[in-house]
Design a protein around this ligand. Structure first.
Ligand SMILES: Cc1ncc(COP(=O)(O)O)c(C=O)c1O
Length: 393
């Protein structure tokens, strides 16, 4: 029988970061020592106080269907958080919550895009944007990073390249600061340039702020706070996975114009239906507590970031001002090999890293510095030794 599938969906590839993690876990299960630098989550546990709220809520029977797009208390907690942390006012009908930022983003692309609509993605970009855009019928348009990506004080986005890529079909641009995988944090002047460009060309800005609490060298700024005129074409994406060590709980949210959020909420009602009630209660509690809940964990991450930078001295990497990644430039070690091939060899040597190809920038490796200090330093030594062996060849 001839097998017919959706061309769109058949063209997607599995998330390379999740695939790498599974491979690393598989090897570790056979007893092989693996330094896993491929993880996209902090190694901290969810705060006990958050867990307690969920358990209590379960005992109180919050086990039934809830409101699509998030119950009122959760959306009120998101609104209060956006006001408190970001200086942004959103009414609760301008907020939609769902099963992780990943699902919310997917629904935002489905809600905004028609077939062939183009979405600009300054590279390096998070792995799922491209496939989600494609699944929604859109066309992902990567914008190569400037050479200054690895400079101490250079810009992280090629604004000329960005403007040149705008066509009559351009509908949106996705920004992600603090950035996965590069760790850059966009500053005021970069945000002003982005805002001017979006206003001039009347395109949506989707701002993925999921690493907001992990901005170490300069404060995280939301683009809408820098440019309030963008309001009618701006959608903020955030979630509790990274900032509250709640990756497995699956809570994310979007804030934006009510007409767009109504569409996203409709999609939620026809897909996941709702966030489980006991998880909503825990998320409401965490959001109300805010960044203080994780202050010491985030300080630990900053220590590891500094250790990583010191250990990699002499190597080239993007300024790791935020998130928990170092994006290491290994072009001089490639000698005709792709970074995809190098990451395969590294895996055989017991080191899991994500190749830059996954983020639209070959020649780089993403290293997550979420390992405990000793493991981190031992693993980095191994990475350096491994790369230097290529230098000599
Ligand atoms: C940039 C970025 N956006 C969104 C997500 C998705 O987060 P969530 O766990 O809320 O789906 C991730 C997760 O790795 C991410 O790195």
């Amino acid at each position: 029988m001839e097998r017919l599938f959706s061309h769109r969906i058949a063209s997607l590839s599995p998330s390379p970061t999740l695939a790498l993690n599974s491979k690393a876990a598989e090897l570790a299960a056979t007893g092989k020592k693996i330094f896993n630098f491929a993880v996209g989550e902090p190694d901290f546990s969810t705060p006990e106080s958050v867990v307690e709220v969920a358990i209590d809520s379960l005992r109180r029977g919050r086990t039934r269907y809830g409101a699509s797009g998030g119950g009122k208390p959760l959306r009120e907690a998101v609104a209060a958080k956006l006001q408190r942390d970001n200086g942004l006012h959103f009414a609760i009908d301008e907020i939609v919550c769902g099963i992780g930022a990943k699902e919310i983003l997917f629904h935002v692309f489905l809600a905004l895009l028609n077939d062939g609509d183009e979405v600009l993605l300054p590279a390096p970009y998070w792995v799922s944007y491209t496939d989600q855009i494609r699944a929604a019928g859109g066309v992902a348009v990567p914008i190569a990073p400037p050479a200054s990506l690895t400079a101490a004080d250079g810009e992280a986005i090629d604004f000329d390249g960005l403007e040149r890529a705008i066509t009559a079909r351009t509908r949106a641009i996705v920004i992600n600061s603090p950035n996965n995988p590069s760790g850059y944090v966009l500053g005021q002047s970069e945000l002003e340039k982005l805002a001017a460009l979006a206003l001039k060309h009347k395109i949506w800005v989707i701002a993925d702020e999921i690493y907001e609490y992990m901005a170490f060298e300069r404060p995280h700024l939301s683009l809408l706070a820098v440019c309030p005129q963008l309001r009618s074409q701006f959608i903020l994406i955030n979630g509790l996975s990274k900032g509250f060590a709640m990756t497995g709980w699956r809570v994310g949210y979007a804030a934006g114009p009510k007409d767009a959020m109504d569409l996203v909420r409709n999609l939620e009602s026809h897909s996941s239906t709702c966030i489980p009630g006991f998880i909503e209660d825990a998320a409401t509690f965490a959001l109300t507590q805010g960044r203080n809940l994780m202050a010491s964990a985030i300080a630990t991450l900053d220590d590891r970031r500094k250790l990583t930078m010191a250990a990699l001295e002499g190597f080239n990497f993007a300024r790791p001002d935020g998130a928990f990644y170092v994006f290491l430039d290994v072009r001089q070690f490639c000698k005709g090999r792709t970074t995809l091939a190098i990451s395969g060899l590294l895996m055989e040597a017991g080191i899991a890293v994500v190749p830059g190809e996954a983020f639209g920038v070959p020649g780089f490796l993403r290293i997550s510095y979420t390992l405990a200090e000793q493991e981190l330093l031992a693993g980095l030594e191994k990475v350096k030794k491994f790369l230097r062996q290529f230098e000599r060849v």
